[in-house]
Design a binder for this molecule. Structure first.
Ligand SMILES: [Zn+2]
Ligand SMILES: [Zn+2]
Length: 151
């Protein structure tokens, strides 16, 4: 009889946590995982010989993240406002209309304008007929459907 020594990679769950998943855009249950290399004796892992990688996995969408990239805090209100404004702009809504929409949710119109301006960037297209402005990737005015010229 001889002793069988070896090494084997194992994927071990360390703990579970509630974290904010950037993919689901919601607080989800996550498992904290560690991949390590283990010393084995007769195929039974005895101790970790080498730590390979830590990661966290969202139990809902199954995406894996670097543990440093995810924490329990939802993104700030400002971050969400800018992200929502950006997706409205990209879907073809005019800058002025996005400001109107955001102004309803914010304390001042000036603040809404600042958020939308930073989400839109400086390069714009304008519909002269409607006096509305759009980000560059939008090709037609969503009000009169005319093709937009770059400013
Ligand atoms: Zn998720
Ligand atoms: Zn127009």
């Amino acid at each position: 009889m001889f002793i069988i020594l070896g090494e084997r990679e194992r994927n071990i769950e360390q703990s579970r946590d509630e974290l904010y998943c950037p993919n689901c855009n919601a607080t989800r249950a996550f498992k904290r995982m560690r991949i390590g290399s283990y010393f084995t004796l007769f195929f039974i892992p005895l101790f970790e010989t080498r730590r390979i990688k830590d990661y966290v996995e969202c139990l809902h969408c199954k995406l894996q993240f670097n543990p440093d990239a995810v924490n329990s805090d939802p993104p700030s209100l400002a971050y969400r406002a800018v992200t929502a404004a950006r997706s409205d702009l990209e879907s073809g809504t005019a800058v002025e209309q996005v400001i109107d929409k955001l102004a309803k949710a914010m304390t001042t119109r000036e603040l809404a304008k600042q958020f939308v301006d930073s989400a839109a960037g400086a390069a714009r297209r304008k519909c002269k007929a409607c006096n509305l402005t759009y980000i560059l990737i939008v090709e037609n005015c969503n009000c009169c459907e005319r093709q937009l010229a770059a400013e």
